[in-house]
Design a binder for this molecule. Structure first.
Ligand code: ASP
Ligand code: MG
Length: 412
């Protein structure tokens, strides 16, 4: 029997009406001859509420109990979805992570999936179950404790099931109708993409296009799971939404696929550090130990054996970064004259696999920004991405200018 994975996010199961609406979509696929594994999120807002309850009860909480509480939102929606399907005469039952079992590492609140043995679900499918409704976001550790996969983790649950059960496709139903060239709230000419390559989606996901958890895209890329992002509030035809797929499956694409942004960045500069072997390790080691997510790094040309080191990180990690750097200085591991934090910056990036074979993307990008009078503070590039840090107040303007310059409103 061909098999589909269908994942419904929090807004798609936010109340009983929406669960019924999602169940209709599942039934349609069953009627077309598919066995279906449905992955559900908690009702929207529920997980936040549960996290709040844990924090209020125990500020330095036991991570195992955090997972026990926070995973429970998905148990409710899984059971309700199974009941709804049964009401529609679809043979369905719910599965919590441990029942499958979805086996994970013991890293509570950010566990990784180790294995999904197929036997239990396969047996039930063979006995006539048509739909397995699985609680997303949760699993079980080798110690037998409940784990969760990190916020947004039910996307990753869905892709992992699609890989393990060799699903024809993994459909991610959400509150938007696909992946856009940029955020339509910033640029009204933003266009929905028909297809996007895994690598592009990975860059866009990690750059803050919040449609999919980054881990889920990594997993899809590794196991070549065809992922489709589509709206649960529309009647979809077979070509609805955006297909996230291998590069080979995309015939024509623009050089730049999309413009991404991340609003809450900070730029930190260590002034006058010694330019000696080991200095980068001495700086970024303590930062990583302190849990600072360093993104861009630039080291200036050295003068008389001293140099400036600049890095960016999320703005809410500035205090942590300062503490780490001052601590390293107190221990004599590094020296610097000053640590300057610029907390009013944003990152804007253009992403596209076409950049590998087309020169001049950077030049066009910088020209467009200069035409708007936007000063670039830091630049980094990779094979398929160019990112700049700019003053936050110009972020929207920069996104619009780049969308225009690369004519992203037009399909290739
Ligand atoms: N309910 C979890 C969260 O809100 C997991 C998910 O929805 O993907 O993060
Ligand atoms: Mg999500």
């Amino acid at each position: 029997m061909p098999l589909l994975v269908m994942k419904f996010g929090g807004t798609s199961v936010a109340d009983l009406d929406r669960i019924a609406n999602a169940a209709e979509k599942v039934k349609r696929e069953v009627d077309r001859g598919y066995d279906v594994i449905v992955i559900v999120s908690a009702m929207s807002g529920k997980t936040n509420e549960l996290v709040g309850w844990v924090e209020q009860t125990s500020p330095l909480f036991d991570a195992r109990e955090y997972d026990a509480v926070v995973s429970s939102g998905e148990n409710v929606t899984a059971g309700l979805m199974a009941l709804r399907l049964q009401e529609m005469d679809v043979p369905a039952r719910s599965w919590q992570g441990w029942q499958v079992p979805l086996q994970t590492t013991s890293a509570h609140s950010s566990a990784r999936i180790e294995d999904i043995p197929r036997a239990n679900l396969d047996r039930k499918f063979a006995e006539g179950m048509k739909v397995a409704v699985v609680a997303g976001f949760q699993g079980v550790s080798p110690e037998g404790r409940i784990t969760t996969l990190g916020r947004g983790g039910s996307d990753t649950t869905a892709v992992a099931f699609a890989a393990a059960f060799e699903a024809e496709r993994c459909d991610i139903y959400t509150d938007v109708d696909g992946v856009y060239t940029t955020d339509p709230r910033i640029e009204d000419k933003a266009r929905k993409l028909e297809k996007i390559a895994f690598e592009e989606m990975l860059e866009l996901a990690s750059l803050g296009a919040k449609v999919l958890q980054t881990r889920s895209v990594e997993l899809a890329m590794r196991y070549k799971v065809r992922l489709r992002v589509l709206s649960s509030f529309e009647d979809n035809d077979d070509n609805a939404g955006t297909l996230v797929c291998a590069e080979e499956d995309i015939v024509e694409s623009n050089v730049v696929a999309g413009v991404a942004y991340s609003r809450d960045e900070a730029k930190m500069t260590l002034i006058s550090v010694a330019d000696r072997p080991g200095i980068a390790a001495a700086i970024f080691g303590p930062l990583s130990e302190a849990g600072v997510n360093v993104d861009m790094i630039v080291q200036n040309i050295s003068e008389e054996g001293r140099t400036d080191m600049t890095f960016s990180c999320p703005v809410d990690q500035v205090a942590r970064a300062e503490r780490a750097m001052n601590g390293a200085r107190d221990k004599g591991e590094i020296q610097f004259s000053e640590l300057v934090a610029d907390t009013d910056v944003a990152k804007v990036s253009v992403v596209g696999i076409g950049m590998r074979s087309h020169a001049g993307v950077a030049a066009r990008m910088f020209a467009a920004l200069s035409q708007e009078g936007i000063n670039i503070k830091v630049i980094t590039t990779s094979e398929i991405k160019i990112s700049v840090l700019i003053d936050r107040k110009y972020m929207e303007l920069a996104v619009q200018a780049l969308h225009d310059t690369f004519e992203l409103d037009k399909a290739a």
